[in-house]
Design a protein around this ligand. Structure first.
Ligand code: SAM
Length: 220
């Protein structure tokens, strides 16, 4: 059985998405997978989001709040970050982390990407990292449309996802460690997913070791 499956929660009443139930194991897994670069990579994601001091930021599928806290540091004490995830154990873990001096407050809420319980146009920046591959493919467009809805016109979106290795052996290793959804994740479909939801694509790239990202804007 892939190691990743040991971290999964039981089926959730509100979503067919695969939830994480063991925050400490997830943090350890994350630290190992990024081989000492996790902090740098996520600080860079926060930078790439384009968020500025004072922004209202939403992190969809925030998990243990790793990116959420980097976003909070970036936007400073006058901003505010909301993290949404369906899994109570990861949210409890995130709530238990200390607020870094000079950071924005983080508010963690139970919820699902495909039906966000948040008002229209209420955020300046929306970010999501490593969440989409936890959703069945048919729900991903709905999740992107929800991100569009809650973003104000002119607001920015950053989507970061796992980029599977190109080699068969590499994908085999990912499959054994984390499962099929990661080993065969189609990051090449991100652009279309984002533009089909109404966003204008503003950038894309890769971050070593494993991430691809797209940057986009809600123009209207
Ligand atoms: C691999 S973790 C990523 C967590 C965090 N964003 C990070 O980068 O470390 C995927 C997260 O997506 C969450 N998830 C699963 N189904 C979801 C849904 N329908 N809506 C929002 N999040 C979901 C899981 O509970 C889990 O915390």
């Amino acid at each position: 059985m892939p190691l990743g499956r040991l971290m999964q929660g039981k089926p959730h009443a509100d979503t067919p998405g695969v939830t994480i139930a063991t925050p400490r194991a997830y943090e350890l897994f994350g630290a190992l997978c990024f081989a000492g670069r996790r902090g740098r990579v996520f600080a860079r994601l926060a930078e790439l989001s384009g968020a500025v001091p004072g922004d209202r930021v939403l992190d969809v599928g925030c998990g243990t709040g790793y990116l959420t806290r980097h976003m909070a540091a970036r936007i400073g004490p006058k901003g505010a970050v909301t993290g949404v995830d369906p899994s109570p154990p990861v949210l409890d873990y995130a709530r238990g982390r200390n607020r870094r001096p000079g950071s924005a407050p983080c508010d963690y809420r139970e919820g699902v990407a495909e039906a966000l319980d948040l008002p229209d146009a209420s955020f300046d920046t929306v970010v999501t990292s490593l969440m989409l591959h936890h959703l069945p493919e048919e729900l991903r467009p709905m999740a992107l449309r929800e991100m569009y809805r809650v973003l104000r016109p002119g607001g920015r979106l950053l989507v970061a996802e796992f980029r599977p290795p190109k080699s068969r052996i590499g994908r085999h290793l990912v499959h054994s460690g984390a499962g099929d959804a990661m080993a065969h994740h189609r990051v090449d479909l991100l652009d279309a997913l984002v533009t089909d939801a109404g966003f204008e694509l503003t950038g894309r790239g890769d971050l070593r070791p494993w991430l691809s990202y797209v940057q986009a804007q809600r123009t209207r």
